[in-house]
Design a protein around this ligand. Structure first.
Ligand SMILES: Nc1ncnc2c1ncn2[C@@H]1O[C@H](COP(=O)(O)OS(=O)(=O)O)[C@@H](OP(=O)(O)O)[C@H]1O
Length: 339
């Protein structure tokens, strides 16, 4: 089959992204002031990032699939309404707090969301938009359809594909301190594969020189500024909202206020909807969507992290600092990860 227009567009984007990434890694001046061997090592690492950031093409599913029951969304009253493509997406980041945000947003009567992660714009794109639309819950006039798939944020093709669906799609990214995010990511993998090497050994290409292995996805995902560059080729900044993963825990109502404003919704989700569950150690909902009972997220959310060698944590903090600074500059928000 001949390539679709979207794929041709993707290729142009790849070239453009590479050029841009090159320009800003060379031109920001971050690190130029203190050119220690560590900084030089970081520069080398950034070069590696530039080459490896373009993630491998997704494992596209060729055949049209039947919609699985686990995708079944919420029903509108009396099952009325129609299925629409999402107008807003939570695109990342993995382990940022994306499930908490979606569960909290579902409390809003004007939001209808798919529970499972459709992975349409990365793994299932070849299934086509109709397949995607079928996954969505029915909505009434004025309601917003949403889904969350955290891997979109680091998928090279995702911005062009989402823009091809609708240039007006609103994008939400929950970001979290990249060092804690990496440890959280590792903790999740460890829970499934207990025999993997230690976090410390996976972090470095060479522990003696301190060269960080930026090809390890746990590290690469946290280079937010670089991934964001790719999105900015297709979407203006005011169409992307950044939610602080830390604030989502310390002040969920505050962050939900910002999200409701961004989506053009009345601020219905407020402080009254949350309580802090001491046992869970996280905010929970007093009443989940469609229920009268309190609801905390499940056991896979809020895992205990292993202790990581403090020197390795410090090395990672040093590595991420210039990328974080760039990210604060781009988004106009200070996330406070480098205090
Ligand atoms: N209210 C509430 N309850 C439980 N957990 C919360 C909450 N708010 C944010 N978080 C944080 O969400 C982290 C998991 O992020 P994601 O849901 O984005 O993970 S995933 O990418 O979908 O696997 C998860 O990471 P870990 O603590 O490392 O497990 C939590 O820290």
């Amino acid at each position: 089959t001949s390539p679709s227009p979207v794929k041709a567009q993707d290729l142009t984007s790849q070239t453009r992204t590479k050029r841009l990434v090159y320009e800003w890694t060379g031109g920001t001046g971050y690190g130029a002031a203190r050119r220690s061997s560590r900084v030089l090592a970081d520069e080398r690492a950034r070069q590696v990032v530039e080459d490896s950031l373009i993630l491998p093409p997704p494992d596209l599913v060729a055949s049209r699939r039947r919609v699985s029951p686990r995708f079944a969304g919420q029903l509108s009253p009396l099952g009325e309404g129609s299925k629409k493509l999402p107008q807003a997406l939570i695109i990342g980041v993995k382990k940022g707090g994306t499930r908490a945000l979606l569960e909290f947003l579902r409390v809003h009567p004007d939001i209808r969301a798919v529970g499972a992660e459709p992975h349409f714009f990365d793994r299932n794109y070849d299934n086509g938009l109709e397949w995607y639309r079928e996954l969505m819950p029915k909505t009434l006039e004025g309601q917003i359809t949403m889904e969350k798939t955290p891997s979109y944020f680091v998928t090279r093709e995702a911005p062009a594909r989402i823009s091809a669906m609708s240039r007006d799609t609103k994008l939400i990214v929950v970001v979290r301190d990249p060092v804690t995010r990496a440890i959280s990511d590792y903790t999740q993998t460890l829970s499934k594969k207990p025999d993997i090497p230690s976090f410390e050994s996976l972090t470095f290409k060479n522990r003696t020189t301190g060269l960080i292995d930026t090809s390890w996805s746990a590290i690469q995902i946290g280079i937010y500024a670089k991934h964001l560059d790719n999105w900015l080729q297709y979407f203006p900044m005011d169409q992307i909202l950044f939610v602080s993963g830390e604030r989502l825990i310390s002040d969920p109502a505050g962050e939900l206020g910002r999200v409701q404003d961004f989506l053009g919704l009345k601020r219905i989700i407020t402080d009254k909807h949350f309580y802090f569950n001491q046992t869970k150690g996280f905010p929970c909902l007093k009443k989940a969507e469609g229920s009268s009972k309190p609801h905390c997220l499940g056991k896979t959310k809020g895992r205990t992290h292993p202790n990581i060698d403090p020197e390795v944590v410090q090395r990672l903090r040093d590595f991420y600092r210039p990328f974080n600074m760039k990210f604060y500059q781009m988004t106009g928000r200070f996330f406070g990860w480098d205090d």
